[in-house]
Design a protein around this ligand. Structure first.
Ligand code: SF4
Length: 706
């Protein structure tokens, strides 16, 4: 690299919004990071996290070479030794204890690096274990399960058409802090404001008056974990009041009469008694959704990560179908990405409950078992016990339910290899760490989030810096490991070409490629020639041709989901010794457990204080800013409390992703910034029983003076 000034354009890979960045460099130095005004979707917007891309790149704590544990110390070793050692350990473990004795956990940073997605599956095919886990089942599993069951593909996820809607109801989501999730919406504040400026409404339903609620037309508090009662009452009301709207999809949908019969017991009064939202408010909301021509209902983390998350996400899809929002401009539409366009026959459609976890009999989804089962699969002796782990950009000791149990599980492993570039709370237990190149050292095409965006676009960005001559990209690590393990197992492995070639081939054969769209004839070269990306236009109706179910109908009433309604009806009244319900929260300067080692993102007031309603505090003889201990069935943490009516009575809120104060973590995080981990309180037994997704919201807790 010479010392000349250069300007580069690329997508920010730090969160789902994938904003376009303009990055200026001088030699190996990053001199500025700004929003790319010519990005077709983000149009110059960035959030405060974007500048941390420079911190990741320059961080002296980021590992550049493989490391091996020797006692309590870490020793740098060569790639050849690291790959060979890892392959031998994994192959020997499987030879001695069977294929399922090796487990995988993939964290969500992996979906922001396309080499993980193009090359990671090959390693899994070589390892052939049933013990696959990921952050999916701590997060959006209900979305994917519902899409698979209703539309025939787990990634057939209708995205709110935010730029063209006149009414958006948001349940359990805070896009102004997150800039969207399962809805890539860079500059959420401006886009949501625009709905109101064109005379529309944004209504937020949440146990906390979030940043999004503050900017909304209306906010309704809801008791955590009761969303399903409200949603099923809304469906019942749509039928009872004759508010079901015409839709071009109804001729392509089966099961609506089953839905009607199944929700008959869910009255507005029942919903009011459970949720705290009045029957009148729920009825009015339902009517507004049904009678506003361009309206959409959207639900996210607060709705997914709870005891009835899958039922909630199904109900949201059904409501959008009944009000005519699905596949309608201004409603919820499938995206048309340049790569991995979802239609009937697209690989990876998904499957459910083909096998179950060994200890708790939790169902797989698309080959993955629920993350809440991981610790017990490591700790419980017997055939199929996990003895060795591979983690890929994951930190389950911070991000999974019952962090204490997960910590004990990882400490007990015979062998653990982490593909990661930090020694964090989880990877500190590793025997070998294999660090991939930094994000700015490899090219990038966002396979996942271009699929979930509120506007269609495509962008392929080259690397900004050359990697060191002895560095490996993630996809090269996967190739090398797959090859070494295959050889030890006596098989062959054909190394896959670089990810840009794989994506390029996909684009050429997909909807904008020469065969299907001769006029556009999109290919890798054309994409590379457009550093700001290519605008592929607004979302448009396309569902009818893309339904992927076996019989070609949208299934409004998948049997296993309908059966789950009985579980809700029979749910016993809470008999917990704990009298408060814990929910998480998101902050714009934070993304899960990432980047808490970058001073510019964590400076200022601590953000892991417990929010509690002033009357709840007073009843317990506690004062604002007091030190309090929060206790649940599985653990306790101590932090300070903030008195605020931002949370409703009976609810306390603690953000997730903090608690880096573990011996052996080798990231420079100031002691006062390590925070407390809310997952010391969340419970691996408190789950959505239908699919095993973690219920990280609505956890029963008690708060006492510390
Ligand atoms: S919103 Fe997300 S993608 Fe956009 S700049 Fe911030 S971290 Fe990057």
């Amino acid at each position: 690299m010479t010392d000349t000034n250069k300007t580069h354009y690329r997508a920010c890979h730090l969160c789902e919004a994938i904003c376009g960045l303009e990055i200026k460099t001088r030699g190996s130095e990053i001199t500025s990071i700004k929003g790319d005004k010519l990005d077709p979707v983000s149009q110059g917007f960035i959030c405060p996290k974007a500048t941390a891309i420079a911190d990741i790149h320059t961080d002296p704590d980021r590992l550049r070479m493989p490391h091996k544990r020797v006692g309590d110390a870490w020793v740098e070793i060569s790639w050849q030794e690291a790959i060979q050692l890892t392959a031998e350990k994994l192959a020997a473990t499987q030879q001695q204890h069977g294929n399922d004795s090796v487990g995988f956990f993939a964290g969500n940073p992996g979906v922001h690096n396309y080499g993980n997605l193009t090359h990671g599956p090959a390693l899994r095919r070589i390892i052939k274990t049933r013990n696959n886990y990921s952050a999916t089942s701590l997060d959006q599993l209900p979305h994917q399960l519902t899409a698979w069951a209703m539309y025939g593909h787990q990634f057939a996820l209708p995205i709110p058409d935010v730029d063209q809607t006149d009414m958006m109801v948001i349940m359990g989501g805070n896009p102004i802090a997150s800039n969207g999730s399962i809805m890539t919406i860079p500059n959420a504040p401006k886009r949501l404001k625009a709905i109101r400026e064109r005379g529309g409404q944004v209504i937020v339903i949440d146990p906390r008056r979030t940043e999004t609620a503050d900017a909304a037309s209306q906010h309704l508090f809801i008791k955590p974990g009761t969303d399903a009662y409200v949603l099923l009452a809304m469906i019942n009301t749509l039928f009872n009041e004759g508010w079901v709207q015409d839709s071009h999809l109804h001729d392509h949908t089966k099961g609506l009469q089953t839905v009607k019969a199944s929700v008959a017991d869910f009255s507005l009064q029942l919903a009011e008694s459970k949720s705290g939202i009045t029957a009148n408010e729920i009825k009015q909301l339902t009517q507004q959704l049904a009678t506003t021509e361009r309206a959409v209902l959207y639900g996210r983390m607060g709705v997914s990560v709870q005891e009835f998350g899958a039922l909630c996400q199904w109900a949201i899809q059904v409501i959008n179908l009944l009000i005519g929002a699905t596949d309608t401009v201004g409603g919820a539409l499938l995206t048309s990405p340049a790569f991995a366009y979802v239609t009937k026959g697209t690989p990876g459609a998904g499957h459910f409950a083909r096998f179950h976890s060994r200890v708790s009999q939790l169902p797989e989804f698309s080959g993955e078992l629920p993350a809440v089962a991981l610790a017990e699969e490591i700790l419980t002796p017997g055939d199929g016990q996990i003895k060795a782990m591979v983690t890929i950009a994951g930190n389950p000791i911070i991000s999974s339910a019952n962090a204490g149990l997960m910590d004990r599980a990882f400490a007990s492993l015979d062998f653990y290899v982490a593909i990661d570039f930090y020694i964090n709370a989880t990877t500190r237990h590793a025997d070998i760490i294999l660090p991939p190149t930094s994000p700015l050292e490899h090219d990038h095409y966002d396979i996942v989030f271009l699929r979930l965006a509120v506007r269609n676009s495509a962008r392929m960005n080259p690397a900004i810096f050359d990697p060191a001559s002895d560095a490996l990209h993630d996809w090269q690590i996967f190739n090398a490991l797959s090859n070494a393990i295959a050889q030890l197992k006596g098989g062959d492995f054909n190394e896959l070409p670089a990810p840009d070639l794989l994506v390029g081939m996909g684009i050429e054969h997909d909807v904008y490629g020469a065969q299907k769209n001769p006029e556009m004839a999109l290919n890798l070269d054309k994409l590379k020639a457009e550093p700001h990306g290519i605008d592929l236009g607004p979302l448009t109706p396309s569902m009818v041709d893309r339904i992927g179910t076996d019989d070609g109908y949208i299934d409004a009433a998948p049997e296993f989901i309908i059966q789950d309604i009985a579980r809700l009806l029979q749910k016993p009244a809470p008999a917990s010794e704990h009298d408060l319900l814990l929910i998480g929260r998101r902050h714009i300067r934070s993304n899960n457990s990432w980047m808490h080692n970058y001073h510019r993102l964590v400076k200022g007031k601590p953000r892991w204080q417990l929010m509690m309603h002033p009357q709840d505090l007073a009843e317990r003889g506690l004062a604002d800013q007091a030190s309090v201990t929060i206790k649940s069935r599985v653990g306790e943490v101590t932090t300070t409390v903030i008195a605020t009516d931002e949370v409703m009575r009976g609810v306390v809120s603690l953000p997730h992703g903090w608690g880096h104060n573990k011996n052996g973590v080798k990231m420079r995080i100031a002691t006062e910034q390590k925070g407390v981990n809310c997952n010391e309180l969340t419970d691996e037994k408190f789950i959505d029983q239908l699919c095993g997704n973690a219920a990280l919201n609505g956890v029963p807790v008690t708060v006492v003076a510390a």
